[in-house]
Ligand binder design. Structure first.
Ligand SMILES: [Zn+2]
Length: 324
């Protein structure tokens, strides 16, 4: 089995990744996005594994962190963001179990002993399933020397993270939608079934009319490695119906709601095309055109990703995620 060629969680993936040289975007440290909320942009440098976006929300009783990234640089940026106002970190919310969103959990838990981690139970199946299998593939790739040098550190880091997999698990399981007050701040935790993973969590901040959706929205392509495409579409319908005027994606820039609708349209077209019978190249071309405003000069990598994920859909390789 060929593991996710690019992605988010893929470990041995780098063996199949095409060589793409673009200038990486500068890392964005925490910057305010309104409503006592700060974004720490995830990086996705060529040849490297990505970090997901992290979001810090400040409340009267402390700070809330959404997603903890993968790499050491991202963790440093989170720490800088958290130290900015000196509020205690009281909660971490993980949108899903991909390693570019949860790898900072153990270090942050150790540094903030009072913190509670919220997330779905889907990580349990991942630890014994996808991640275990993926780790075995990574160990083989490291042993046979097929990994590019630039990718080794990320892969070794992921293996170390998986070895401590139990420490990634949430303290509070949220498998059903819940309206909560965390750190004195009201937030609605929403659940998407069989979307980017078996169970994804996203947040709706009604005060700010802002949806923080994790990998229900990603650029330069949808990260479909563990996804049910149709469940994902349904989740996007729920985001659209939430009342959000702004969407914070798992990867990529913040989207005003009109941009979210554009992204959702391009995603829906891509899935419909890949489920159809026409040439897959046309599906990738449609994605590149529909999502061009977010792809920019990253079109070579975006096309390679779209080709890969379109192939997975067309071959039925994601269908198991729709029944799991
Ligand atoms: Zn991600």
């Amino acid at each position: 089995m060929r593991w996710g060629a690019f992605a988010a969680l893929a470990l041995a993936s780098c063996t199949t990744k095409p060589a793409v040289e673009t200038v990486p975007a500068p890392r964005t440290y925490a910057h305010g996005i309104g409503g006592a909320t700060f974004l720490i942009g995830g990086s996705f440098a060529p040849g490297r594994s990505p970090d997901g976006n992290s979001v810090i929300l400040y409340g009267p009783e402390g700070s809330i962190l959404v997603d903890t990234g993968r790499g050491a640089e991202h963790l440093t940026a989170i720490r800088q963001g958290l130290s900015g106002l000196g509020f205690p970190l009281v909660a971490i919310v993980n949108t899903h179990w991909h390693l570019d969103h949860v790898s900072g959990n153990p270090a942050l838990r150790a540094a903030h002993p009072g913190v509670k981690i919220y997330g779905t139970s889907a990580i349990d199946g991942a630890l014994t399933g996808f991640l275990a299998t993926s780790a075995a593939a990574s160990r083989r790739a490291l042993a046979d020397g097929t990994l590019p040098a630039a990718a080794r550190a990320d892969v070794e880091g992921d293996l170390a993270t998986i070895a401590r997999g139990g420490e990634l698990r949430p303290d509070v399981i949220v498998d059903e939608p819940r309206d909560m007050t965390i750190a004195g701040r009201p937030l609605s935790l929403r659940i998407a079934h069989r979307a980017a993973t078996t169970r994804d969590l996203w947040l709706y901040d009604a005060d700010q009319k802002r949806a923080i959706v994790g990998d229900l929205v990603t650029v330069p392509a949808p990260f479909l490695d563990t996804a049910c495409p149709e469940g994902w579409l349904k989740a996007l319908d729920d985001v659209a119906a939430s009342g959000a005027e702004q969407v914070v994606p798992g990867h990529g820039p913040i989207m005003p709601i009109a941009d979210f609708h554009r992204w959702r349209g391009a995603f829906g077209d891509f899935i419909a095309c890949a489920r159809g019978a026409g040439a897959l190249e046309g599906c990738s071309a449609g994605w590149l055109a529909g999502a061009s405003r977010w792809i920019g000069d990253d079109s070579v990598r975006a096309k390679a990703m779209a080709d890969y994920y379109g192939g997975l859909i067309r071959a039925g390789k994601l269908d198991g995620y729709c029944t799991a």
